[in-house]
Design a protein around this ligand. Sequence first.
Ligand SMILES: [Zn+2]
Length: 279
Amino acid sequence: MNQPPKAKVFIEGRYRKLVRDLPQTVFFCPDCKGHPRRRKKCERCEGFGKLTRDSVQELIGWVAGKAFGTRKNKFHGAGREDIDVRMLGNGRPFVLEMVSPKIFDVDLAELEAEVNRRNEGRIELEGLHWTEKARVAILKETPHAKEYAAVVEVDGAVDDDKLDALVGKRIDITQHTPKRVAHRRADLDRVRWIEFQSIERLEDERGEDGTRLLIRLLTQHGTYVKEVLSGENGNTEPSLASLLGLPCRCVELDVAAILDAEGEEKVQHTGPPVFGSGL
Ligand SMILES: [Zn+2]
C-alpha cells in the first residue's frame, strides 16, 4: 500500500441550512478581499477580512480540515441560495475538495456526525461519501427545478378567487437579469416556467391595507424567485405582483426541495448514487 500521497481528495454529500444569516462559501470583504495586509486598514470589515463570521463551507471545512490535516479546501455546491434563504428538505448536493491533505483514512460517517454535532440548529449534513473530481462539473451542469416556500407581503386586499386561479398551472415568465445580480450575470432576458402549488393566508393579517401569504412554488432552473414575486418593476413579467395587480414583497424564503429538471421527480438522496445520476 505504498501509494504516493494524493494532492486532493473529494467528498460529497448534501447540506441543509437552517438559519438566515449564513452564506454558502467564505464571504470575503468586497473592499479588501480579505488580503492579510490590506484588511488591517479596511473600514468596511474593520480588519476581519470577511463580512460574516462563518459560512457553510467553513462550518464543514473546519471539522474536515482537522480530520484531513489541511486547512485548504474548495467548496463546490450544486447552485447556491442567498445568505438569508434557508436550504431545507432534501438538502443541497455539494462536493468538498480537500487540498494537500496529510491524513487519508478518514471515517466520513464520524466526520459527518461531528459536523452535525458542532453545528446543531445551523447546518446538517447527510450522505457524506467519497467521490471524484468529475462530480464537480456534473453538479455545476445538471439543471434542477426547485421548490420554494415564501412569505409574501401584499399591499392591498386580495380576493380568494384571484389566488385560487393562480394555483396548479405552469406559467411562462420572461425575466430580465435582476439588478442585484447584474454585476456578475449577463444582462439578458430569460424565459422560465414557474408553478404556484399552494397559496395560504397567514394568521397575522395586516388589516385592510395588506395581506400576508405563504406561497409554495416550483421554479425552473435558473429562475430568480424573489423577482418572480415582486416583479422588480416589470423586469420579471408576469409576476405575482402583476398577476394580482398589487405590490408584493418576499419577506422570507426557504428552498423546500431540489428536484430534477422538470420538477416532477424527487432526486434520490438516501446515498450514492445521488444528484445527477442518470446522466
Ligand atoms: Zn475589508
